[in-house]
Write a protein that binds this ligand. Structure first.
Ligand code: SAH
Ligand code: AVI
Length: 332
């Protein structure tokens, strides 16, 4: 259960007499999440904070890795089935994307969706969204791009230009897998409210498979995923006056068969104390910080989840090796 910070904890000691620094809202939210996440046992940090400028660049590097099949297979599905997907998505003029990142896959979709005139990317990573908007505007002439730097799990309001027309939603990369099942259901219900009557939603969802394929995707040989995970600690040092010795933590990714999910952790290599914004935390040797879940679904399980949130499954596309799925959903 999430609790508000501050609250009493036996290993939490304010060791600094410095006045609390003034924080901008993004840093304040990060500070609150880190202080609460480090105070909790077992320790955890929300994965949406991976995506500062450095983390977003590392994620793009992950998408190029041989072992990280989701990005490659999803892009291939969009290319191969683009025309059919566009045909089935209908003639909406507004495309709303959740967790749009670099928008590279969006470009594939937009090429097939001739009538879309307004694109609303929603992402917490402000710099990524700004770069993506520039990159897309050079490739899709006349497209009005109206980015929203926001948390897609919270309620938000679409820009006026996007409000009246019928809408298409797009949620790629299996980012829905980073939410628990309850959070995913709440997200889908929230997306239904935002997109409104008659909307369609295209979602990329990673499929359950042999851990012999899954595990290398999150433990790549070049250590890019490790760097992506450890960047969370570096971000704490950069933004929250942290003194964490990052070399005393290692990346670990495991597959939990019962939960059907990859879990990423940072593991403390030693008994150590770290400071964040003047607060001190003690880590035991081998103590873990849970940083990400990446749930995997069967096609039927995901359709069931979508229906429970009010969406009608229209069609699902998978590759021949059944690594990844693209689901088209519709609202009555
Ligand atoms: N859809 C892109 C990017 C996937 S990476 C692709 O498939 O390549 C996940 C993206 O979701 C990142 O850009 C990250 O900043 C964004 N993100 C993660 N959690 C978010 C949240 N709660 N609200 C908004 N954006 C979020
Ligand atoms: C964005 N998200 C779906 C990725 C995933 O596979 O869960 C993030 C990621 N984590 C490690 N590698 C990639």
């Amino acid at each position: 259960m999430e609790r508000d910070f501050p609250y009493p904890l036996e290993d939490l000691g304010r060791s600094s007499t410095l006045p609390a620094p003034r924080l901008d809202p993004v840093r304040a939210a990060f500070a609150e999440a880190v202080l609460a996440g480090f105070a909790r046992k077992p320790r955890s940090l929300p994965c949406r904070f991976f995506y500062d400028a450095h983390g977003s660049a590392l994620f793009e590097e992950i998408t190029q890795l041989e072992e990280y099949y989701p990005a490659r297979v999803e892009a291939a599905l969009l290319e191969v089935h683009g025309a059919e997907i566009a045909d089935r998505m209908g003639d909406a003029r507004v495309l709303v994307e959740f967790g749009s990142g670099s928008s590279r896959k969006t470009s594939l979709l937009l090429s097939a969706l001739a009538r879309v005139a307004v694109y609303v990317p929603i992402d917490v990573a402000g710099e990524s969204v700004a770069e993506a908007a520039e990159w897309l505007s050079e490739r899709h002439d006349g497209l009005a791009i109206r980015p929203l730097v926001a948390d897609f799990t919270k309620t938000c309001t679409l820009p006026v230009v996007a409000r009246r027309s019928r809408k298409l939603g797009f949620f790629s990369g299996s980012t829905i897998g980073n939410l628990t099942h309850a959070e995913a259901q709440a997200f889908l219900a929230n997306a239904a409210r935002l997109l409104g009557r008659g909307a369609a939603l295209l979602i990329g969802v990673d499929l359950k498979k042999d851990p012999a394929i899954l595990l290398p995707a999150y433990n790549d040989r070049r250590g890019v995923t490790a760097a992506f995970n450890l960047n969370l600690l570096e971000r704490i040092n950069r933004e929250l006056d942290g003194d964490i010795d990052v070399s005393r933590f290692v990346h670990d990714a495991i597959y939990d068969e019962d939960q059907g999910r990859i879990e990423m952790h940072l593991v403390s290599l030693a008994c150590q104390r770290v400071r964040v914004l003047g607060w001190e935390f003690r880590f035991g040797r081998g103590e873990r910080i849970h940083t990400e879940n990446s749930h995997k679904y069967s096609v039927a399980d995901f359709q069931f989840l979508a229906q429970s949130a009010g969406w009608m499954p229209v069609q699902a596309w998978t590759d021949k090796d059944r690594l990844f799925s693209l689901h088209l959903l519709r609202l009555a």
